[in-house]
Design a protein around this ligand. Sequence first.
Ligand SMILES: C[S@@+](CC[C@H](N)C(=O)[O-])C[C@H]1O[C@@H](n2cnc3c(N)ncnc32)[C@H](O)[C@@H]1O
Ligand SMILES: [Zn+2]
Length: 138
Amino acid sequence: MPKSVSFPRIIRKRSRLHGQGVFAAESINKNKRIIDYAGELITNRQSEKREHQYLSKGCIWVFRVNRNWSRDAAVGGNVARFINHSCKPNCWIDVVDKTIWVRAARNIRAGEELTYDYNTEGDKSIRCQCRPNCSTKL
Ligand SMILES: C[S@@+](CC[C@H](N)C(=O)[O-])C[C@H]1O[C@@H](n2cnc3c(N)ncnc32)[C@H](O)[C@@H]1O
Ligand SMILES: [Zn+2]
């Protein structure tokens, strides 16, 4: 019998960083897989047009998977699309084939907001709000 895999409980709610964020609803152990960043699989060529469109509205929804592929969370995305960026994140990204896993970078307490480093490339126009006077642009 295959072992059933369970994921920690997480909830979406208003964030101090930006808009809606995602929070741990229970404690999460370091390296635990929390959720996969779901979204339509598109080529990087297709993604450029969509990214441009989304960025004109101030939002990043497209996640670069590798040299060829991206996932567009605006189409078929799950709650992972609301995870905000931090320059000192508590999650890390583990890409396995074309699945983007969000994993705990350390032990996370219930109630903490989940964040990862967006590692954005190209035109960066969004000022990071992860801490007062953060100079990073997303
Ligand atoms: C994938 S969405 C995250 C969900 C978003 N908070 C919402 O309510 O729609 C990514 C967008 O959130 C905002 N964002 C995420 N992290 C941020 C941060 N540290 N500082 C400022 N804006 C952030 C940016 O506008 C970014 O384009
Ligand atoms: Zn920052």
